[in-house]
Design a protein around this ligand. Structure first.
Ligand SMILES: [Zn+2]
Length: 316
């Protein structure tokens, strides 16, 4: 029998990362496509199905056997029913994506949430590998988390577990996109850091400043940037300390754009988190290892789980 692979897609607001992935988690063929979300959700669904089918065809042409499909999407996802319930940036409203793909490709299909899929990949294959209890926290335009226990992600009763970005950290803080003031992501997401810097810089601000630039300017000793960066670090530490009180994980893996600041983020954040630990056991705090491939690899893991072929490959 020829080598087995799964078809994996990670659908984002701007692009799709797609791959054929072996049962050991190695991608043998990767490809990217624009999402072009402005075309509307129906057109995006057509593209997802076309790309998935094209990858399955490519697998067969290369002498491989596609055995399942995994698709990760943003927003609210009902993983049990396989429905993309709601998404702000792609426009999904109750799209039965799992069944649409299963029908089109004739393969078992799993639908997952993008951050939870990324967390699954980091926990099994990446920076959290081998540590049992992992909290993956993605910090980008928003902040979301995935709690992974022994290689399985916890989705919650309503498919909405891990919304760590909406922990209240600053009651008098800026209003969050969810409508409440002072949520973690309103204070410490990459976009919030850029906004805060611009607000304090006022008229002296030349152009919009990204969180990465704030980190750089702070490292270079600019007082305003240092203040903004430290404020964000303190808020993140409050959020992570709450996460640790709830989940008692061995490892917190930081992903998303802000984690690319590396030690400029990790070193002060470890210190701030350490200060907040009383009787709690301090988790290991590390940067994600899989970069922006994590969601796609996680989608592949969901597909593999759907056909339960991972048994012996996962033993280590
Ligand atoms: Zn919120």
């Amino acid at each position: 029998m020829s080598e087995r692979v799964v078809v994996a897609l990670d659908v984002g607001g701007t692009g799709m990362k797609c791959a054929l992935v072996r049962p050991d988690g190695v991608a043998v063929s990767t490809v990217r496509h624009p999402t072009d979300a402005a075309r509307g959700p129906a057109a995006v669904v057509d593209t997802i199905l076309d790309v998935a089918e094209g990858l399955a065809d490519k697998a067969r042409a290369d002498g491989l056997t596609p055995i399942a499909v995994g698709i990760a999407v943003p927003g609210v996802v009902d993983e049990a029913r396989g429905v993309a319930v709601w998404s702000a940036n792609v426009g999904f409203r109750d799209v039965p994506l799992r069944d649409l793909a299963a029908t089109r490709l004739g393969l078992p299909t799993a639908l997952g949430h993008d951050v939870r899929a990324g967390g699954l990949a980091e926990a099994r294959l990446g920076a959290g590998r081998g540590t049992g209890h992992v909290l993956f926290v993605a910090i980008g335009t928003g902040i979301a988390a995935a709690h992974v226990v022994d290689g399985a992600h916890v989705v919650g009763a309503h498919g909405a577990a891990g919304e760590i970005g909406h922990i209240l950290v600053r009651p008098d803080g800026p209003r969050c996109g969810c409508g409440r003031p002072g949520c973690l992501e309103a204070v410490a997401s990459a976009s919030a850091i850029g906004r805060r810097y611009a607000e304090l810089a006022g008229a002296t601000a030349d152009a919009p400043v990204t969180a990465a630039e704030v980190a750089e300017r702070a490292a270079a000793g600019e007082p305003l940037a240092s203040q903004v960066w430290q404020e964000a670090v303190e808020a993140l530490a409050d959020g992570l300390a709450t996460g640790q009180a709830l989940f008692d994980v061995a490892t917190i893996v930081l992903g998303g754009g802000l984690a690319q600041a590396g030690d400029r983020l990790l070193t002060p954040l470890r210190a701030a988190l350490h200060e907040r630990m009383t009787f709690h056991r301090e988790p290991r705090l590390v940067a994600a290892a899989l970069g922006d491939e994590a969601g796609c690899l996680g989608a592949a893991l969901l597909a593999l789980d759907a056909v339960s072929v991972r048994n012996h490959q996962e033993k280590r």
